[in-house]
Design a binder for this molecule. Structure first.
Ligand SMILES: [Zn+2]
Length: 395
């Protein structure tokens, strides 16, 4: 470590792919697994079933190309959400692809039901456009009698297709299926967001609309899990497992969305200073890390320490920073040198309105904000402080 170029904390579990239209694209590690699974199931099952006469090399080549285009179409779906959001003035800086879908990470919530509706519907519309486009392109590539032969003898008709129409006739329907899946009316799926926008427009109450849409998300999730159970019961083990998994995933997402909505509601009308942790101490930047850890850190529950050097605030040091410093270096390293510099620390005014807190905390690089009043640090705020608030403010 050379002290300059401070390392910013990696967003949990993902790799960056680059930027497009000013939006960072990230891949969650689960995508690699699913990509492999999609390519394998196409190359080892779907395509050999359609084209038993093709070579394995062709099956695999086409399987990989198709899987790749499948993920490109997922990305296009997320970009449709993101670009409409940007156009409507919402801040968006990252798209994370995970599993069989993605997440356009909006930093700001839509301000009106109309904007919410447009942002939510844009993704499924893009999937429909890709789906119809792929099927239309395939229609141009096959001869006029194909549809008739497909109805008569599907196997022979599919076997007569070349590689490109084969790819398109898988990609097209799967995008239509994705659009339909995403439009299921359960928050936080796109269809649930559309539902929330409609309920919001009718009731005029966004919190209430979120609760209803999240409730509907749980119902949809239970239905999927029920279908999965039936499927397994009747012998479709893999499909059933998928449905169970998707249902469970949706259920936890709906519950998280509901919890966030309740938290937002409970913070309404309150200020940051009511939540913050005021029982903290400052660390002396001139201390070495070893003696600081032994004499102070070990005897407090405080995990984040503002560091003063000659009475001036110079940064913050966390228990993780100390853990990462090799023990042999600790006696020779001053705390001030280990501290994260001030320009990386998030300062927030003590009278920040409650609902803004979650946003500021989510934006903070180290999961902590320093609360300021009259240029003095009067408190710290971390996720655990919000959890404590929630514990005593929800029935
Ligand atoms: Zn979507």
């Amino acid at each position: 470590m050379n002290g300059n170029a401070p390392q910013r904390r990696q967003a949990a579990g993902g790799v960056g792919l680059g930027r497009l239209f000013g939006i960072e694209i990230r891949l969650h590690f689960s995508v690699l697994l699913i990509f492999g699974l999609v390519a394998w199931s196409l190359a080892a099952h779907t395509f050999p079933g359609w084209h038993p006469d093709w070579s394995p090399a062709l099956h695999w080549g086409l399987g990989l190309a198709t899987a790749l285009l499948f993920f490109v179409s997922l990305l296009a779906h997320e970009f449709a959400h993101s670009l409409v959001a940007k156009w409507k003035g919402l801040q968006i800086d990252r798209i994370t692809l995970f599993l069989f879908g993605g997440m356009a990470e909006l930093k700001t919530q839509p301000k009106t039901a109309g904007v919410e509706f447009m942002v939510a519907i844009a993704g499924p519309l893009m999937s429909v456009a890709i789906g119809l486009g792929a099927i239309g392109l395939a229609a141009l590539l096959v001869d006029g009698g194909f549809a008739g032969r497909l109805a008569e003898n599907p196997e022979a008709a599919m076997a007569s297709l070349g590689p490109l129409p084969t790819l398109l006739l898988w990609l097209g329907p799967i995008n239509l299926f994705l659009a339909a899946f995403n439009m299921m009316p359960g928050f936080p799926l796109d269809g649930g967001r559309v539902l929330r926008a409609i309920l919001w427009a009718i009731s005029g109450d966004m919190q209430k609309a979120t609760r209803w849409a999240a409730y509907s998300g749980r119902v949809v999730a239970f239905m999927l899990m029920g279908l999965g159970g039936l499927e397994i019961f009747f012998g479709g083990f893999i499909n059933g497992l998928w449905l169970l998994f998707i249902g469970w995933f949706l259920f936890s997402a709906a519950r998280a969305a509901q919890a966030e909505s309740e938290l937002r509601a409970s913070l309404q009308g309150h200020r940051l200073s009511e939540l913050m942790d005021t029982g903290f101490e400052f660390a002396d930047g001139n201390d070495d890390v070893e003696s600081f850890a032994r004499e102070r850190l070990m005897h407090r529950s405080q995990a984040v320490w503002p560091v003063l050097e000659n009475g001036q605030l110079v940064g913050i040091v966390t228990i993780d920073d100390i853990a990462q410093l090799p023990p042999e270096a600790r006696p020779h390293t001053r705390l001030a040198r280990l501290a994260k510099p001030l320009h990386e620390v998030d300062f927030v005014e003590h009278n920040l309105p409650g609902p803004e807190i979650l946003k500021r905390l989510a934006e903070s690089d180290y999961g902590v904000v320093l609360v300021v009043k009259d240029n003095q640090i009067i408190g710290l705020l971390r996720q655990s402080d919000v959890v404590r608030w929630l514990t005593i403010h929800t029935a």
